[in-house]
Design a protein around this ligand. Sequence first.
Ligand code: ADP
Ligand code: ZN
Ligand code: ZN
Length: 745
Amino acid sequence: MEFPYARIVPEDEYDRAYDYAVPETLRAAVVPGMKVRIPLRRSETTGIVIESMKESGFDRLRSIISLVGKEPVVPPSLFALARWLADYYCAPLALALRCVLPEPVRKETSALTRLWVAPREGVTEEEAVRVLGKAKRQLEAWRYLREQEGGWLAELMAAGFGRAVWQGLHDRSLAVIAPAARERDPLADLPIQPHPPHDLNAAQQAALAAVEEERAHPPEKRRPILLHGVTGSGKTEVYLRAIASVLDAGKSALLIVPEIALTPQVIDRFRARFFGRPVGVAALHSRLSRGERRDQWERIRSGRARIVIGARSAVFAPLENVGLIVVDEEHEPSYKQEEAPYYHGRDLAVLRGHLEGAAVILGSATPSLESFHNAQTGKYRLVKLASRAADRPMPTVHVVDLRQARRQEGAPAAAPLLSPRLREAVTARLEKGEQVLLYLNRRGHSTALQCPECGHVENCPRCSVAMTYHRSDQRLRCHLCDGVAPIPSVCPQCRSPGYRYSGQGTQKVEEAVSQAFPAARLQRLDSDTLRGKEAPYQALAAFARREIDILVGTQMIAKGLDFPGVTCVGVIGVDGALQIPDFRAGERVFHQLMQVAGRAGRGDRKGEVFIQTRTPFHPAIQYARHHDYDGFAEQELDFRRQLNFPPFRRAILVRWRGRSEEKTRFVAEQVAKRIVSLVSAVTPLEGGEIAPAPVARVDDRFRFHLLLLVEKAAAAARALRPLLDEPAWPDEVQMSIDVDPLSLA
Ligand code: ADP
Ligand code: ZN
Ligand code: ZN
């Protein structure tokens, strides 16, 4: 079919689309996903075709100028995924395409950046000096090139050597300039340590067999597998085997892991396993440079890399012929993108598997209740690994009642950060040369500055939250708007001079720990201490090399890390996190406790875990204590069912924000009425009252929320579409729609 019109998203305006006429000569080639050159306002740019059309509602359209490339830049399968994303998450298609085509790929690459300059092999320093004689600049350039082992022409030019210099080296046979003959592979320099496969135990074998069975099913009968395996049960080994088998069948494989788990060690484990196979492993994570990202994308797109390991956005990796998609730690909240488009990486992975006929494994020691529910209703196939691989026992979990600890200590004003019991255990472990993890839920501890006399809390002037105390620069900082303020010397309200920090952030814990164990090598790991992309990975690597005895940290240390030297895990406190007004608070704390406990005793010594709390009988704590996932899930699902909360109903959260409280509320109320009528026409609905957001003001903008609980989220999202295409309220109020929200903030 050839169409006279096309709808196109310009590369720089990924939230808008425009219609163009298609010249007759181009009609056969202009298909969705194709990149084209177009006139836009007074200049030219490139854009992606999103739709071919028989007619357009506009007249006097401008024409497409030419094609860029011969093939669509977006493979058809990914185009379908983007469409589905836009549809289900009620987002503009253009925004969905932005996910599919990362920015470095989207931007038209000039010919220059695609030229690779390599030093000619075997040329010695003397030879170069002889050939170049007095051409000092060229000699410098040649040395630089040799040092860099080659580079993209554009980058070499940016390094200060003009094009003529490189051309000169090329002409004198000292360098070779050729189109994209090489690419940066950030993995290329890492040494490979062989990683021989384990012999699978019976449970692992059964899991692998289930994957094979699902792969053999026809697409309409194929179900995603929920691999529920306790921490250390050898899930990764199952992934590796399943991937190997998919590769043997000539297909490709995608493994999605939380960003923080993408350590060089993990990536290495995969490369080592598949070393020697002509398949190529590409890793996609946030530490890649722009150029590396583009190169990886192209390696994948061209089929040179057939295994992709990546964080959330890797679900859009341009792999073809995908045989298997694995989502590890599928319960991880970080798979949800917390900005538009608000997609969930795990759910997109399931969908992609469905669209492309690939098998899907969702793995976790603590499946999300959504996935667990899907397994109960038969939508997913549940496979269990009930015990640790190689017969390592689960750690013993002790609950330390801080109220009691306090009574015993002769009631000091505040409970101690480290209870005597935890302190003793840590001491004993350190004496044996073993390692300790101390975990703190950031939300569980106040880092606010509060006056001990009148209780005054210093709030951010632009947001309705308390500012947090930062010891390193002796200032108050707002974690929402990044605003900073000096610390007042006396209380602004009652002028009390006793006004100083008394909270319990990781800094405070670090202090207490270093006082309690002065001889221990201590490292704190949280997003405040370790700025910079590499720092956390270096700290984790040092811990793995056992150059650190005690690692103190927040959520970052709880995820999927395998440190055989850790025998003791202390949970400093989680009480605050249990009190957050969100129906998932209990589930989150339970997951964290199970995960962090799972870090203990992975080596040849049994581990133990101490949970310090003032609410020892909270279900999240009690079930975690007994490693009882099923028990927790059952009671939590019961509670959700009674309240019609997800997964029984689907949630849609609509948010508004604006500078004027009155205007924002007014718009929210008006639009909410329309939303309720649009949605209730297609699916049963509960909720519909506008309320100020839990944090009612952020960065000087007032925020209002509307939470809907619906039976059919897809139908509801479709019904809301018209709101998106023709917003009927003033620009100063912004609205966003979050389908299946994870955070209610
Ligand atoms: P998970 O991903 O479930 O947390 P891993 O795959 O990291 O677990 O395995 C935990 C530990 O057990 C690793 O050190 C791994 O090398 C080891 N392991 C895995 N499978 C086996 C097996 N079949 N026999 C012996 N050790 C195994
Ligand atoms: Zn005061
Ligand atoms: Zn603020």
